[in-house]
Design a protein around this ligand. Structure first.
Ligand SMILES: [Zn+2]
Length: 271
């Protein structure tokens, strides 16, 4: 439980990255370089569990990104194994735009008990609205697997909120999470371009940069019922992100929804 102003909240971290031990240091460092942000932690599963526990978080949506199609199966095997080792983890699968047999890969993902898919268009170098990706989105949607997108980066165009909106115009039922308040460094554009009843956002890697007023505007646009707390671990530490989250000044019911309720509903977990 997370405590704030005398109230206890159940809390989930809806955006966390984990890496296998062999590559964790290097992978963490390269993400830090890409975003020019010093990483607070190393992205190891036990470090996430420990930092989360210190903060009172007892659920974590964990993922890892495949930059080559050959990595998809081994990453998914790793995420599956870590979810078995850490029952507090809810696993997202890796995917790659070059996967040929969409249905077979989805079967494999579901066999492993993974609950959705994580995509990072900027690292993976594909445009969110690439027609090649549409069958995958449709299949994920049909199977009830939400897709978490890294969204937004004003330095490039792969993951822009506008491109995600083009997908939603074609597939309005597609359930997705536009990370980083709908678009990292493109918060205003995200509010202008992106809307839809199945679009969720997370608060990760944004609260350090936007004003509380901007964050409140984004949350109001997408809705408290479609906003989830997330840390983007290992970028940030759960304790410091929770402080930034509570500084937004939402009321108890709204905090409850964003810290756990929405996450539990979206992934079909116990209330
Ligand atoms: Zn991420």
């Amino acid at each position: 439980m997370v405590r704030h102003n005398g109230v206890s909240y159940r809390a989930a971290d809806a955006h966390a990255h984990i890496y296998p031990g062999k590559i964790a240091e290097k992978a963490t460092a390269s993400v830090g370089t890409f975003y020019d942000i010093p990483m607070r932690n190393v992205g190891l599963p036990h470090v996430l569990a420990q930092r989360g526990e210190e903060a009172g978080i007892d659920r974590f949506l964990v993922c890892s990104v495949a930059t080559k199609v050959e990595q998809v199966r081994s990453i998914n095997e790793f995420i599956q194994r870590k979810c078995q080792e850490y029952p507090q983890f809810v696993g997202l699968a890796a995917w790659h735009q070059d996967v040929e047999d969409v249905a077979a890969e989805m079967d494999d993902i579901q066999r492993r008990g993974l609950r959705g898919v994580k995509l990072h268009p900027d690292f993976q170098r594909f445009q969110i609205d690439d027609p090649q990706m549409l069958p995958m989105y449709a299949e994920a949607s049909r199977r009830g697997l939400p897709v978490l997108f890294h969204t937004g980066d004003s330095r490039m165009d792969f993951s822009s909120p506008r491109r995600l909106m083009r997908v939603l115009e074609k597939l309005p039922d597609f359930t997705c999470i536009a990370a980083h308040l709908g678009g990292y460094t493109e918060w205003d554009t995200a509010r202008e371009e992106l809307r839809g009843t199945n679009v969720y956002i997370d608060t990760s890697s944004s609260l350090f940069m936007v004003t509380p007023g901007q964050a409140q505007e984004s949350i109001a646009h997408f809705g408290v019922s479609h906003t989830m707390f997330g840390t983007d671990f290992p970028m940030w530490t759960p304790c410091e992100e929770l402080e930034r989250f509570f500084a937004l000044g939402f009321g108890e019911e709204e905090n409850r929804a964003m810290l756990y309720g929405n996450f539990a509903r979206l992934f079909g977990l116990e209330g």
